[in-house]
Design a protein around this ligand. Sequence first.
Ligand SMILES: NC(=O)c1ccc[n+]([C@@H]2O[C@H](COP(=O)([O-])OP(=O)(O)OC[C@H]3O[C@@H](n4cnc5c(N)ncnc54)[C@H](OP(=O)(O)O)[C@@H]3O)[C@@H](O)[C@H]2O)c1
Length: 238
Amino acid sequence: METVFITGLSREMGLGTALARQYLRKGYTVFASCRDVNKDHINQLKTEWKDSLIPVALDVTSRESVENAATVIRKHGGLIDILISNATATNKEGNEPIDAGCDTEHMLNAYNVNAVGFLRMVQVFLPFFSKGAKVNAITSEAGSMGHCWRDNGLDYGMAKAALNFACVTLQRRLGKNGIRVLAIHPGWVQTRPAPPKADLTPEQSAEYIIKTIANPPDYNEKGNTGVFVWYDGRNFVF
Ligand SMILES: NC(=O)c1ccc[n+]([C@@H]2O[C@H](COP(=O)([O-])OP(=O)(O)OC[C@H]3O[C@@H](n4cnc5c(N)ncnc54)[C@H](OP(=O)(O)O)[C@@H]3O)[C@@H](O)[C@H]2O)c1
């Protein structure tokens, strides 16, 4: 049975939960993580998929917590075929325009959760990655400098830009060992309780993402194309 480790499942309507559901249906063993896994929808999934769903309490900002998650993985075979770093955090005030209330003093958490948290996990989980493992980060168009259209959103955008850089660098390094790294923009997804007029449902976005992870686009070291991509595998501009 192939395994996938996913972060950020704390909301039933979130992308992480949609990804987990679809991988479970495909027969994967799913390590489902968020800080507090005692949630109704996770308990419900556990009832339905008792042997293949493994809830893991994980705070990606804590090395100790990531190491505890590693202990759980070890206990369940010690192999990860797919990692999906989907956890995110942002600070509303940190996203205000620079001259209209932007709070620079509380920006480190978004950077820690989105970018450093991803690296922390990859580093601790390195021994578990199977041959040809897929390491994925759910990023955002908000972290693209070439595509930038906002004059606010620094907290979230800077964190995702850092995450994109991490993915390119990891692809260059871990790619030498056959690991494939993607930074995937999931599209505009209806992940809020009262869905806005977003383009995709979480289920639709998850379906695209799973296909893209299974069949990633060609990676070209010159220009680093094939790393920062749309949910359907098209290249996104850095
Ligand atoms: N929805 C969109 O249109 C859209 C667009 C572009 C990109 N994205 C990206 O897509 C992904 C999923 O989006 P979403 O709306 O489904 O996200 P979400 O439901 O807000 O999920 C974020 C998750 O991150 C977790 N998290 C926060 N701090 C954490 C920490 N320290 N350690 C571990 N987990 C932590 C949260 O769990 P707890 O706080 O409960 O622990 C929550 O489960 C995110 O990476 C987001 O940036 C979404």
